[in-house]
Design a protein around this ligand. Structure first.
Ligand code: KG4
Ligand code: ZN
Length: 338
């Protein structure tokens, strides 16, 4: 079959998204309806609100994705959908929509792991990128250091033992009065601050490939509370810069160490925190020093979107991955297990 067109659906968290992707890397449409405004006043994603909004938006988003691609459902070859990990009620909305279309139109249904989607965003952004490479996936829910062996084969080398990097960003942001999602705001503030003004811990820096971000998060919260109790003025720019520097140091050190150990000449970044300008700069510098080629997607493809799911679904489709009408949402789906 020539020109395989995937209709992809992503509803794992607070973005309702549908996309049409041709042959894995050509994005014909990528519609993202974000719920950030609704969750902002609660300081984080409220699962029940997320599910309800997905129900309201899903059909509109799918119709818009088809219209933008100038295609009808009959022109689509494959339906791809995120079935985990994520919020169960949110995932279910996408899974049910995908199953309904696949059943009604008799199209193959391909289940996609959300993190595999984040990794695949790099294939869209870099048309010549091929595995193997080392990938650092840093998002609101995940921090994984992965060997991408092939388009659908992964080995997880390290992961966070507690908070995800994005989660730490969001909690630190809250402590210094920034609204959800705090990552981009801390990133911006950090540019104005002095990263050496305060020393926050760098957990497990020289120890293996796992991460831990709850220590640095608690250190920031203690510092902020301590200042408040003493009536001292908090320099939010310095707090943001010092926190960011601590997180980036650990991420860069471990990723480069893994690439060197495995003799890999390519590193890719993925997930919402891959949009972080400080991380991109530090990783660029370190890769240059070590003769490693660095890849990361544009910001829109770093955060949740269905185009990345369409790309991953294409490669899974080529491998023969299929789901039937019994497909269910799997909130804790591990990477690499089908
Ligand atoms: O990948 P994503 O959209 O959703 C998950 O799968 O979790 O990632 C969202 C996370 C949030 O924690 C957000 O604060 C963080 O990515 N984020 C950033 C930046 N942009 C988004 N963190 C740091 N710097 C940024 N520029
Ligand atoms: Zn994500």
């Amino acid at each position: 079959m020539n020109n395989i067109k995937v209709l992809a659906i992503e509803t794992s968290c607070d973005e309702t998204s549908a996309a049409v992707v041709q042959n894995g890397r050509e994005v014909l449409s990528n519609i993202i309806s974000t719920q950030i405004d609704l969750h902002e006043k609660y300081g984080g994603v409220v699962p029940e609100i997320a599910s309800r909004m997905h129900v309201e938006k899903i059909n509109l988003v799918i119709i818009e994705a088809l219209e933008k691609a100038n295609l009808s459902l009959d022109d689509i070859d494959v339906i791809g959908v995120t079935y985990g990990p994520g919020l169960v009620g949110a995932l279910l909305v996408g899974v049910v929509a995908a199953k309904a279309i696949a059943f009604a139109k008799d199209k193959p249904l391909v289940p996609v792991h959300h993190i595999e989607g984040h990794i695949a965003a790099n294939y869209i952004a870099h048309p010549t990128l091929k595995p193997p490479f080392v990938c650092l996936i840093v998002s609101g829910g995940h921090t994984h250091l992965v060997m991408v062996k092939d388009y659908t084969t992964y080995e997880i080398i390290g992961r966070t033992r507690d908070d995800a990097a994005g989660e730490a960003y969001d909690k630190v942001a809250r402590a210094i009065g920034l609204s959800y999602p705090g990552g981009p705001k801390v990133d911006k503030l950090a540019k104005e601050g002095n990263k050496d003004a305060i020393k926050f811990p760098r957990a497990m820096l020289d120890e293996g490939y796992d991460f831990s971000f709850s220590g640095v998060k608690s250190a920031v919260l203690n510092y902020v509370n301590g200042c408040k109790m003493k009536g001292e003025v908090i320099d939010n720019e310095d707090v943001a810069a010092a926190f960011q520097s601590s997180v980036i140091d650990v991420l860069v050190t471990k990723t480069i160490r893994l690439a060197k150990e495995k003799n890999m000449s390519k590193i890719a970044l993925a997930g919402g925190v891959a949009a972080n300008t400080g991380l991109r700069e530090a990783m660029t510098e370190s890769c240059k020093k070590n003769n490693i080629q660095l890849y990361y997607p544009e910001v829109l493809l770093c955060t949740d979107n269905a185009a990345m799911i369409g790309c991953a679904a294409y490669y899974e489709y080529l491998q023969g991955t299929r789901a039937g009408m019994s497909l269910n949402a799997v909130p804790n789906l591990p990477l690499g297990k089908k």
